[in-house]
Each structure stands twice: as C-alpha cells, then as structure tokens.
Design a protein around this ligand. Structure first.
Ligand SMILES: [Zn+2]
Length: 477
C-alpha cells in the first residue's frame, strides 16, 4: 500500500519590538540575566499587564502580510500549566479568540505547480523564561533567566495542507521573507526568533482520513524541519506496515543522531479567559490603516521587476527574496544603471563581498550611490570590468569616490586607437603563430591575441577597441 503524509506546522515568531508584550521592560533577551524584569513580567502580587501597542501593530502587519483576516475582536486566555520557566502558572495566549484567521502562502512546488498552503489562524502570546543548566563545582544547578519572560510572540498555525517535507521547507522560507518584508521580525532560526513544530501523520494515498499524529517540537532550522518530517514519515510507515499503532505523542528532532526521539510531554492543563488584559477591539478603519502600511510584498515586487525590467522569473524572485537586496537593486536602477548590469554586479560581486566581510548590505561602505558611480564609469567605457572589480574592493576600505580611486590607481581605460596601435603591432609580430591560426579560420586565436594586447597594456586597454583594431588589421592582412 502506498502512503501519503498529512502535515501541519505551528511556527513561533518573536516580534522585534522595543519592549516586552505587557510591560515596559526592554525586549533584549540576550542582556545580563534578569536585567530586564519588573513586577509585571515576574508576575509579583499586584502586577497589571497592559498590551503593548507596538506588539499589536507588528502582529497585525505580520497577519496582513500573510493574507490573514484581522478579527474585530480577540482576547487573551490563561494557558494553565506549571513549569520552572513559568512560575506564575500560566501563559497569556489567544486560544479561543485569535488575532487573525485565514490567509496562506503560495509556493512553487517540486513539480513546478504553484500550490496554496493555508493558514488556520495567527495568535499572539508571551514567551516564557529561559532555564539555564550549569555545574556549580560538582553540583548541577538550574537557573532561571526572566529576560525572555513576556517577550512578544506570534504563533502561526497552518491547515494540515502539507504532503511533503519540500512543501514545509518552501513554506517556511517564503514565510520568513514575507515577515521580514513587513518588518515584524528577523525570523532568524539560528538565534531562535523563529521556531517550528510539525504535526505529522500518514494515511493510505488517496484517502481523506485523519490518523493519529505525532508532534515534533522546537526545530530551529529549515533543513531540520525537512529532515525531521522525512524521518517521521519513514518511521510511521514502517510502524503501520508492521501492524504497530502510531501513538499520539511529542518528539524532538536530534540533528546529531538524525532522528526524532520521544520527549516527556509537559502537563497541559485547562485554558481560561484572562480577567486582566482587556479584549482587543479592532475597528475597520484601524485595520484599513494597517493595510496601507504594508510595503510592496515579494511576489508583487518580483512581478514588477519582471514587467518593468525584463528580468526572468527566477532572477526577479532571487532579487526580491530579501527586502534589503531588492531595495538596493531599485536604488541602482533609479540612478540610471541598466537593470541587468545592476543585478549582475549586486548578486555576483557586491553581496559576496559584503558577506565575506561579515557586513550588512544596508550599512556597508558601498552605498548604492557609490556602486552606481562605479558602474557609470564602466558603462561609459572609462574603465574595464577587471578594473571595476578592483575599485570595488578598494571602496570597502576608503570613502573616496570611485573616480578618485580610478585616477589614483591609474585604472583609466586606454581606448585611444593611436595609443593601442603600437602595442597591437608588437603583439602581432611576436605571435605570428596565433595570427596564422586565426587567418586559417581558428576563431579562438582572436581571444588569445586580445588577451596578449590586454596584458601588454597593463590591463588598462578597452577590449572592445582591441577587438575592433585586430579585426581591421587581420581582416586587411
Ligand atoms: Zn517587565
């Protein structure tokens, strides 16, 4: 019998707010342990949580960016359980009335077909504290750091629309891009600002039954999600074929063992409406105002790049995947750089150079106006591409204008025929064999001769002019 998987995802995204969700403590979990705490996030007697406007706005923008419908009324519940990282005994979360419902993401599937993977709802919740396990001499100790307690989170819960690990991975990548575009989170799985759980079950292919699922929790890379789902599908298929029952439980992905392992589930108690935080009422006017704050999203941006600049779908998608890259590209084109040149220099030269230096495209010393000035020199044939690459490297280490670097380093291209003529004649005399090859029809020999003249000019000659002059001389000969 052939089986297919039924997979749903639950994704936690930490919002990049200035403060925590219900108090004014800085939202900096990485600071000195317990530096960012107050009676509210420690839940001392008399504490009164108050929802941060920034968290509400960022969660709303995120919802709209994923095509979800903001609900006119949502509210917080107390998810009751006791755990050392949650000494107040409950977590504030929107269980019954989430912030938004619906929405989804279109992905390009493995078979080349575009598929919509639907979102069930998106809710807000507060993060819990962090447990730190250490040795104090020979005694193991458990410490609690409350810097993260009360940090603003959203949870995106999908429909069980996924059938393959590939779909889950593509969904996560697209989700990350869209959330970065709206600016609500960095969605960096490495530093934990995005974490994913997957619910996985299998069924005979072609049926629509929903079988017992297994939850794999807290995965912190897109690849781990793909690997864990593949592992679970194989494990459950083997169990069913051996007539063993799949039991409802929670597992963890162990990237070293490349396996999911059963984990002891936390006791989850009841869930009751929270009496302290007022319900959130969103007016149609407020929702509309949020919608006007949405930037151009990656899919639309990609379509615009294809239509306006004649880029292919793949080129446009790769540029629009990262909002910083897309904005940089727009800035180059706005300064009159040809779109394809802009794309080529951005993706093959600038981005690798920025990454190599561990810098950010936004804050690197090579701002769009500087790169545009350099590409302008190239377009006007004042320097050749080799020189342009060298100037670019220098631009990282100084704030001189590209023109000044070209002048200082003597990179100005020689495109004057009178200056090149003697160099060409010398090369033609020295390379009689290559000349003969070319004249007997070996076209490759021309490239060799161009290279020799280039070398003789110290790399400064304009290859186009060399080619023209060579054509003239050899054609005549
Ligand atoms: Zn606080």
């Amino acid at each position: 019998m052939e089986f297919e998987a039924v997979i749903g995802l639950e994704i936690h995204v930490e919002l990049n707010c200035v403060t925590k969700m219900f108090c004014d403590c800085p939202n900096h979990p990485g600071d000195q342990p317990n530096a960012n705490t107050c009676p509210t996030c420690l839940w001392l007697p008399g504490a009164l949580p108050r929802l941060s406007q920034e968290a509400l706005e960022k969660a709303s923008l995120l919802s709209l960016g994923l095509g979800a419908e903001l609900q006119p009324r949502s509210a917080f519940d107390q998810k009751i359980y006791y755990y050392p990282d949650l000494p107040k005994g409950f977590q504030l979360s929107q269980i019954h009335l989430p912030l938004s419902r619906g929405g989804g993401i279109d992905i390009l599937d493995e078979d080349g077909v575009t598929r919509k993977l639907r979102i069930h709802h998106i809710h807000m919740e507060e993060d819990v504290a962090k447990l730190v396990h250490e040795m104090e001499g020979r005694l193991p100790v458990g410490l609690v750091d409350f810097n993260r307690a009360g940090a603003p989170l959203v949870e995106i819960v999908t429909e069980p629309d996924f059938r393959t690990p590939y779909q889950a991975m593509e969904f996560l990548k697209t989700l990350r891009t869209r959330v970065r575009y709206v600016g609500s989170s960095d969605c960096n799985m490495d530093d934990g600002t995005m974490r994913a759980d997957a619910n996985i079950s299998i069924r005979p292919r072609g049926t629509d039954q929903m079988n017992t699922k297994v939850e794999v929790k807290n995965m912190n890379s897109v690849r781990h999600v793909g690997d864990a789902i593949s592992y679970e599908i194989a494990r459950q298929t083997a169990a069913v074929q051996a007539d063993e029952a799949v039991i409802l439980h929670t597992r963890l992905w162990d990237p070293d063992k490349k396996a999911t392992l059963p984990m002891r589930a936390k006791f989850e108690g009841p869930c009751v409406p929270d009496p302290c935080v007022p319900a959130i009422e969103l007016s149609p006017a407020w929702i509309e105002q949020m919608r006007t704050r949405l930037p151009e999203m990656p899919t639309e941006r990609g379509e615009r790049l294809t239509a306006q600049h004649g880029l292919t779908r793949e080129e446009a998608l790769s540029l629009s995947a990262d909002p910083e890259v897309a904005a940089y590209f727009d800035a180059l084109v706005a300064r009159g750089i040809a779109p394809r040149t802009a794309m080529h220099w951005l993706t093959t030269q600038l981005i690798p150079a920025v990454r190599e230096r561990r810098q950010d495209l936004n804050t690197s010393p090579v701002a769009p106006e500087r790169l545009a000035a350099l590409l302008d020199l190239l377009a006007k044939d004042e320097i050749n591409a080799n020189a342009a690459r060298e100037v670019l490297v220098e631009m990282f280490g100084c704030d001189e204008a590209p023109e000044a670097i070209v002048a200082r380093r003597g990179f100005k291209q020689i495109s004057d025929a009178d200056a090149l003529d003697p160099l060409i004649d010398k090369v033609l005399t020295e390379q009689a064999r290559a000349v003969a090859d070319f004249q007997s029809g070996q076209v490759k020999a021309l490239g060799f001769l161009v290279g020799r003249v280039m070398q003789a000019s110290g790399g400064k000659a304009d290859p186009k002019v060399i080619r023209e002059l060579l054509d003239e001389k050899l054609g005549a000969g």
